[in-house]
Design a protein. Structure first.
Length: 141
């Protein structure tokens, strides 16, 4: 059994401004201003689709669960080096991972350089839907 001891957590999303071509989309830095610029170590995270939360607290509609396999994401450090490359959004959803979050080894993440990738179009995707994440982190000292 996994136990998550939460120090700090933050909901962050990446908005897909268009869904007609395969593209990369950055995380919304405005909603994550206090953690965006690489001053955090992420030790765990989980992803959210509309199966977990239909609409987030900011009024954004999350992507349909059926379209979650069309997304991958990459986490980068301040130099733009990939710490986690092309990870599966689908497998990062706790509901698809036996209810568990995904653990990391204290990645020093810069959300301004990290992104999600739409790998296929169609389905129930529409422009301005978001891929949601909760990052569990601690501030770098």
């Amino acid at each position: 059994m996994q136990t998550l001891i939460i120090q700090l957590g933050k909901y962050v999303f990446a908005k897909m401004t268009q869904v007609t071509t395969v593209s990369n989309f950055t995380f919304d830095i405005t909603s994550a201003a206090n953690i965006a610029n690489a001053n955090i170590e992420v030790y765990a995270f989980e992803a959210y689709s509309a199966a977990e939360v239909a609409t987030d607290q900011l009024g954004n509609n999350l992507i349909p669960a059926a379209d979650a396999p069309k997304l991958m994401f990459s986490l980068c450090n301040t130099q733009g080096n990939l710490l986690l490359e092309n990870a599966s959004f689908q497998r990062s959803r706790a509901s698809q991972n036996s209810g568990f979050v995904t653990y990391l080894n204290n990645f020093k993440v810069d959300l301004t350089k990290s992104y999600i990738t739409l790998t296929a179009t169609g389905g129930g995707l529409v422009a301005n839907q978001v891929a949601g994440f909760v990052f569990y982190y601690r501030f770098i000292k």
